[in-house]
Design a protein around this ligand. Sequence first.
Ligand code: AMP
Length: 617
Amino acid sequence: MTRGNPCQLPGMLPNYDPNDSEAGMKILEDLTENVEQIQQRVLEEIITRNARTDYLKGFLDGQFDKQVFKKTVPVVNYEDIKPYIERIANGDSSNIISAEPIIELLTSSGTSGGQPKMMPSTAEDLHRKTFFYNLLVPVMNKYVDGLDEGKAMYLLFVKPETKTPSGLMARPVLTSYYKSNNFKNRPFNRFNVYTSPDETILCSDSKQSMYCQLLCGLVQRQEVLRVGAVFASAFLRAIKFLEHNWKELCSNIRTGHVSDWITDPGCRKVVSLVLNKPKPELADLIEHECNSKSWEGIIKKLWPRTKYIEVIVTGSMAQYVSTLEYYSGGLPLVSTMYASSECYFGINFKPLSKPWDVSYTLIPNMAYFEFLPVKKKNEDGAQYVQCNGVCKENCMEKETEKEDVETVELVDVKLGQYYELVVTTFTGLYRYRVGDILMVTGFHNKAPQFRFVHRRNVVLSVDTDKTSEEDLLKAVTKAKVIVESLGILLIEYTSYADTSSIPGHYVLFWEITSKGNNHLPVLDHKIMEQCCSTVEESLDSVYRRCRRKDNSIGPLEIRVVQHGTFDALMDFCVSQGSSVNQYKTPRCIKSGEAINILDSRVVARFFSQKAPFWEPV
Ligand code: AMP
C-alpha cells in the first residue's frame, strides 16, 4: 500500500490474487503498518472526489484541506442526512452526497421513525467489500490448516427488497452483496468452496432456502470443514429448523428426491444435482444422530470434520454463546469481521480467541475513521448517562451536543479508552456517527484493535432488531392505554430478551393495579394478549420483519408480577451499588439474579397471538 504501488485499484484498493494467502498477509501488514498515511490519503481522496457535491460544497467552499474538513463539516446523525438520502430515493440524480452514482440504498437494522435507515452504496463499494472478504481468508489460513481440503457450510440468506420511488433498489447490505456479480461471478477460490449452491442462497423464500441449504450440507457432510452463518442467531435458527425437519431431510436423502414443496425451480435443479441418487446409508447415519435424546454436540456428530463455527458472537450476539457451545461440542466460535450497512470496518486477527476476547482491527483503507471519546463512570464530574444496562461495562455515554464534539483520529486512540465510531465513507457519508461504542484493546502494528462494547441506545435485541428505551416506552404506552380504559394502572415495567429457547422473544414484566384500590385486578386473557400484540405492532419495522417474515423472533410475552416486585428489584440494584437517590427502574435487565427476582414473583403470563403487520419500506 506504499505510495506509487502499481497494483493500486481506484478507491485505495490494492490489487492481488486472493488465492495467494502470502500476498494477502503482506497487504494486511502493509495496511496496519501505514495507518496514518493511509487514513490521510483516504480522506484526501474522498474530499477531492466529492468536494463539489451539494452536501460538501456547503461546508468546504472548494477547499480540500483536512483541518478545514474537520473544522467545518459537522459530526452528524442519520436525522441530519435524511433529507439528502430522501432526495436520492426520490430520484434526484445530481451530485447530492457523492460524485460517483449511488446505485442502491442499503436498508440498515438501525431505524429512523420506525423505518430502516438507508445508506448509500456505489458500484465501487462492492469491490471494496470483495477486497475486505478476501482478506479474511489469509487470516483464517494462518490459524487453521487445510481449509482448501473441503467445504464451508455457510447458511446465507437474502431478505425482501423494495424499490424507492425513483426505482433505486433498497435492500439489506448482505442481500445486495449476494445478488451482485461480485458474489455470483466470484472467481474460484479453493479456500472458499460452499456446500450451498448460489441458487439456494438467492432463493427469496426463506423456508425453501433454509431447507435446501441444510439438505446440501447434510449430503456433503464428509466434506464440510467449517459451518456458520453471519450472526449466531441465524445459525441457531438453522439448528432449530433441523430439529423440526430432519426426518423429511433424511427421507429426501434416502430416496434421492427433493420434497414436492420445494417449488423454486433454481433450488430444485441444483439440489437434485447435489442429491444425485438415493443414499440410504447416509440417511440412516444422519437419522441415528438426530434421533438421539440429547442434541448436545450435534454439530460435530453431523459434520465430523468441522474445525470451527463461523458466526458473529460479539455485541448483542454474545447472549447465544452458551447455546452454541451446547450444540457445537466444544468447537471454536469464530467472529471474523465487524461491518455495517454504512461501511465494512474491521477484521478479527485472532479468529480463534474466545468470544469475550475478540477484537477487531479497523482496516484503514475502508473509510476515514474518527472517534468520539466516551467517558468511564465517575471519570469526571460531568453528566453522563448510563449505557442502558445492556453491557456490563463501566462506560458512560456523554449526552453530546453536536457543537461540543471533538473527535480523535484512528492513530490517536488510547488503550483502554471507550469511543463512539464516526465514519467518512467513499459512498457519501461524512463524519457520520455509527452509534457503536468500542474499546481499544491493543494494536496490530500501528492499527488499533477494538472490542465491540455495545450499540448506543439499544436495550433489546434478539436477532438483527435493535430496540431502544424510547421505542419500548412508546410501544408500552400504546398498550397501557388499553388496560387503562378498563380501570387498570401500569405502575412499573421492565424487559429482557429471553433467548433461552430459539427463536428468542421479548419479555415485559408489568406491575399493575386496579384504579382506586391497591389490588391486583382480574386479568382478561384476550385483553392482555391484545396488549402484547399492540406492543409488537408499535415496535419498529426491523422488529416486525424479524417477527413476521424471518420468524427469527418469537411472540412477545407480558409477565404480570406481584405487588412490590419492583421494590424488590430496587433493593437488589441498590445492594449492587446503585445510589438510592438516583435510582431509576432499568427498562431492560441483563443480570440473571435480577431476572430471577422478577420471575419468582410472576402471577400470570400472556403471549401475543398474532404476528404484527410488516411490509418492505
Ligand atoms: P446493519 O447496519 O444493519 O448492517 O448493522 C450493523 C451493526 O451491527 C453495527 O453497527 C453493529 O452495531 C452490529 N455489528 C456488526 N458486526 C458486528 C460484530 N462483529 N460484533 C458486534 N456487533 C456487530
